[in-house]
Write a protein that binds this ligand. Structure first.
Ligand SMILES: N[C@@H](CCC(=O)N[C@@H](CS)C(=O)NCC(=O)O)C(=O)O
Length: 284
């Protein structure tokens, strides 16, 4: 007899086979609670070959042990793959059509924009404190992380996202120089100061518990280290609390298991964070 998992919604329970849904394979983190908003498995829609902005959502789902389908990475034969993502993205009759991935489907509900997706998921996944002030503050930090992500992206595409890096290299060199010298230290110092001033302690950005902002700061540091290792290490040497938070998040059992899994895509030169050594600070 196959073991069955209980999924709870509004006090009711239903059972499904672990590792499958009407959509095919789905992922859960290690052994955690699987509790769904709509009674259905979350559908994460993001480009299948890069971490990109989808990774901020994936990390939250993984850290909470939530069940989700990474739709564009699934087989087309099961109504998944990139065509499934494009069907939603190009559905011009849909009243809430997202502009770009990532977006999340929870039953009939569709949410786009990374920060909005996290804001939606966080209470259910227990990745935000309860008070309104804490929720707003967490969202502000997430939006600031999003600002920095966009700036990191724009170092290699300062003129236009539709152009090749090679066609905007002089502008990229100028933009990246400023980013490495001024922006990385300024943003990381801001996160450091938030941690230092958190009345609940310096281990978390908001309140005394893990939030999606902590997970996102982890991912931001991962990306910056990959793309601009010299500039980032120089800044991190002056922001010990940011570094400690990064290391602590990476050691969380579900996060650590996810990072070791094949679900974690490696960084590459198609994503947001790209390693072009000429864009980093010079060695020495
Ligand atoms: N502000 C949005 C940005 C979304 C976005 O730029 N998505 C990228 C991939 S990371 C994309 O596919 N953009 C397509 C486009 O802008 O045309 C968010 O944070 O989710």
């Amino acid at each position: 007899m196959r073991r069955r998992l209980l999924l709870r919604r509004s006090g009711r329970a239903r059972s499904v086979r672990p590792g499958s849904s009407r959509l095919g394979r789905w992922h859960t983190g290690h052994g955690g609670p699987v509790r769904l908003q709509s009674g259905m498995t979350y559908e994460l829609h993001y480009w299948p070959t890069i971490q990109g902005r989808g990774e901020f959502v994936r990390l939250a789902l993984e850290a909470a042990g939530a069940a989700y389908v990474d739709v564009a990475r699934g087989p087309e034969a099961r109504q998944q793959g990139v065509p499934a993502l494009l069907r939603v993205l190009h559905d011009e009759r849909a009243p809430h059509r997202p502009f770009a991935p990532p977006f999340l489907k929870d039953g009939a509900l569709v949410v786009g924009q990374t920060a909005a997706i996290l804001q939606y998921l966080a209470p259910t996944l227990k990745l935000v404190a309860r008070s309104e002030q804490a929720r707003l503050w967490t969202q502000q930090i997430q939006l600031t992380i999003g600002d920095m992500v966009t700036e990191a992206h724009d170092t290699h595409h300062p003129v236009g996202a539709g152009l090749h890096y090679e066609d905007q290299k002089p502008e990229a060199l100028r933009r990246a120089g400023e980013f490495c010298r001024d922006r990385i230290p300024k943003f990381l110092r801001w996160f450091e100061q938030i941690l230092a001033c958190n009345p609940a302690g310096t281990r978390h950005l908001v309140a005394g518990r893990l939030s999606y902002a902590d997970l996102s700061l982890f991912q931001l540091v991962e990306g910056l280290r990959y793309a601009f290792s010299r500039a980032t290490e120089a800044s991190l040497a002056t922001t010990p609390l940011v570094l400690a938070l990064h290391d602590q998040v990476g050691r969380l059992p579900r996060v650590a298991a996810y990072l070791r899994s094949e679900r974690r895509l490696p960084f590459n030169e198609q994503g947001l964070f790209r390693r072009y050594p000429e864009l980093d600070l010079p060695a020495g």
